[in-house]
Design a protein around this ligand. Structure first.
Ligand SMILES: [Zn+2]
Length: 294
């Protein structure tokens, strides 16, 4: 089954709701980075959260970068998202697994830490990108996206993101929801939603039961009018290439490139976002050197 995101509007504009099954994309991230359970959940939740944030805030060719630094063992997390439903991301320390927390869930809060910030840099194609920064609420990621939306975008919201990791470190399911409260929302509808949210199982539990994003939307708003606006495929995708890294290398000092040619007789570059490796032989490095000197 392929991953997809459902965008919807509730009660003619009281809420905007996004629900995503991101199982395949988090599986892909786990395989590419070789993450262990706590790191997988931290990165997976960040990928799913960024995907929904980007889908709700961006259009056209706009893109954004989410950086989460909580001082925990996984180190910094970086995720790029855009309006087209692709994300890419990495964390500093992929080999982190921890004992389960008191709710018997993966202890993402401890893995990420809560002494730091979540920042979102939006590149809207203008001269200067805009960056919004908030302190971390808990390091559990969902709470932190909720806090960012409230503080930096002035959008009251509820964000739930979850990943189920199998004992062999593979990802069984991953997904989430993002509900944004619009100015016209009635108190009654907000109360009803809050009650529903306190009893709703984790999205990962619902996906494991075979529920689709549409089913989950129906559970969130069972007594409301749900209008689906869009159903969009989503995936993990990186836009790196050998040419791109060669262009980046050309901005290095010429003597560094010369050293790669004379001492190392080649160079190896690894993309942090996707783990792809690119090899450059001496001839290719000489072409880079000419560019660097021109
Ligand atoms: Zn890449």
């Amino acid at each position: 089954m392929t991953d997809y995101l459902v965008k919807s509007i509730i009660n003619d504009g009281m809420f905007r709701a996004y629900v995503v099954n991101g199982t395949q994309l988090v599986k892909e991230a786990q395989k590419r980075h070789g993450t262990w359970s706590a790191a997988t959940a931290a990165l997976g939740r960040s990928l799913v959260g960024t995907l929904m944030l980007a889908s709700s805030l961006l259009k056209g060719k706009e893109k954004l970068t989410v950086k989460i630094n909580g001082g925990g063992p996984v180190g910094g997390i970086v995720v790029d998202g855009n309006a087209n439903g692709t994300v890419k991301g990495y964390l500093q320390q992929p080999h982190v697994s921890l004992p389960l927390n008191d709710k018997h869930h993966i202890d993402v809060g401890r893995a990420v830490g809560n002494k730091g910030t979540l920042s979102v840099t939006k590149d809207m194609g203008l001269k200067d990108p805009f960056t919004g920064n908030v302190g971390l609420a808990s390091g559990e990621i969902g709470d932190d996206f909720t806090y960012y939306l409230a503080q930096s975008e002035q959008i009251p919201s509820s964000v739930g993101v979850s990943v189920f990791v199998n004992p062999d470190e593979s990802v069984e399911v991953a997904g989430g929801f993002m509900i944004q409260v619009m100015p016209g929302a009635s108190d009654e509808a907000i109360d009803r939603l809050q009650k529903t949210l306190t009893h709703l199982p984790l999205v990962s539990e619902l996906l494991r039961q075979g529920k689709t994003p549409e089913d989950i939307l129906g559970m969130l708003f069972k007594n409301d009018k749900v209008k689906i606006l869009d159903k969009m495929p989503v995936s993990f995708a990186c836009d790196c290439s050998k040419e791109r890294f060669a262009a980046a290398m050309a901005s290095l000092p010429a003597d560094e490139i010369e050293a790669m040619i004379k001492e190392d007789h080649g160079a190896e570059v690894t993309c942090r976002f996707c783990g792809n490796q690119y090899h450059y032989d001496e001839t290719e490095l000489k072409a880079v050197l000419i560019k660097a000197q021109s």
